[in-house]
Design a protein around this ligand. Structure first.
Ligand SMILES: Nc1ncnc2c1ncn2[C@@H]1O[C@H](COP(=O)(O)OP(=O)(O)OP(=O)(O)O)[C@@H](O)[C@H]1O
Ligand SMILES: [Mg+2]
Length: 305
């Protein structure tokens, strides 16, 4: 199997709020630290990563350099569709197209068009190296994808978008995106899940969806926000036997920590029975995740990536 970081595209998805942006960013940092020219691409308007580098919204829709070997880009699906139609329609001014009923009609009548066009943009980033030589080329594109259902729809768009003509430039672009997404040497899929029942179930939905809709397998799950295992049952029993009121309070606290961590590790065990790799990312005890914490998560993930 080609190592995940050696592929052209790594797609990160999972349940809403599971830590997709955090893990995609940590993986981007890791890849860049290994000298891979890496771009982290998010769909929508989060811009959290450039915010951490104090480059908040400096270049919406543009590739922004964050540090050595690391860039970020936020794709706005509406804007991507507009540019795409412009390109196909020759010299129609963007302003005219944006307000024209044709555009509105097309966007409404062709569900999946925005998703497909966003994926064409992602494909272009993966392909640049091969087309334009070393300048501005990327070794790895990390896609901070939307949550599970939306992400699967986006990934499936080259297969399902009904308005694709059989021949011509649109058909060719669509086929290239399809080839990128379905070839294991070129693309990898990673789901992020908190160590909870619902988040783990959603990661398994990603696995199922990829298999059914793209004929692909999930490569890895990152269990994010894992608490350290501080006690074993035997130690807990010893603490609970200590005499006195303080010892009783301490025993209660220890039991709560133990139970929580045990539940989390049960979810981890549920994933470990599956064919994909299972990685962990420890919970970061701080008010806000800063670059330091991302670096620590990157170091942790480095052991298995
Ligand atoms: N390992 C961690 N330790 C502590 N806090 C974390 C960790 N991972 C993520 N968080 C926090 O959890 C919150 C959600 O994380 P993040 O934004 O990465 O999730 P997401 O899956 O991208 O969310 P969305 O679905 O909204 O895009 C953030 O406040 C983030 O700082
Ligand atoms: Mg996010």
């Amino acid at each position: 199997m080609t190592s995940l970081l050696a592929r052209r595209l790594l797609v990160v998805t999972g349940k809403g709020g599971a830590g997709k942006t955090t893990i995609a960013s940590a993986i981007g940092l890791l890849a860049a630290s290994r000298g891979l020219r890496t771009i982290i691409v998010e769909v929508g308007h989060q811009d959290r990563l450039s915010f951490l580098y104090s480059r908040a919204a400096a270049n919406p829709g543009r590739e922004t350099r964050l540090q050595a070997d690391l860039w970020s880009l936020s794709i706005d699906p509406d804007q991507a569709l507009l540019e795409w139609l412009q390109m196909l329609g020759g010299r129609i001014p963007g302003r005219l197209l944006a307000t024209s009923s044709t555009f509105q009609y097309f966007a409404a009548a062709a569900p999946g068009a925005k998703e497909l066009v966003s994926m064409v943009k992602v494909w272009e980033l993966t392909e640049r190296k091969r087309r334009r030589g070393p300048t501005g080329a990327y070794d790895l594109v990390v896609l901070d994808a939307p949550a599970t259902g939306h992400a699967l729809g986006m990934l499936e768009s080259p297969m399902t978008f009904g308005a694709i003509p059989r021949v011509g430039p649109v058909a060719a672009q669509t086929e290239r995106v399809r080839a990128l997404l379905t070839t294991p040497e070129h693309s990898g899929y990673l789901a992020v899940a908190q160590p909870s029942e619902t988040a783990v179930s959603e990661a398994l939905e990603v696995q199922h969806g990829l298999h059914e809709r793209l004929g692909r397998e999930l490569d890895a799950v990152v269990v994010n926000g894992l608490l350290p295992r501080r006690f074993y049952e035997r130690e807990l029993t010893l603490v609970e036997q200590l005499p006195g009121p303080i010892a009783r309070s301490a025993a209660k606290a220890a039991r709560a920590v133990y139970d929580r961590s045990r539940l989390q590790h049960n979810q981890l065990a549920r994933l470990r029975r599956r064919p994909f790799a299972v990685l962990t990312a420890p919970f970061q005890f701080r008010a806000e995740l800063d670059l330091d914490a991302l670096g620590r998560l990157a170091d942790h993930l480095a052991r298995k990536l």
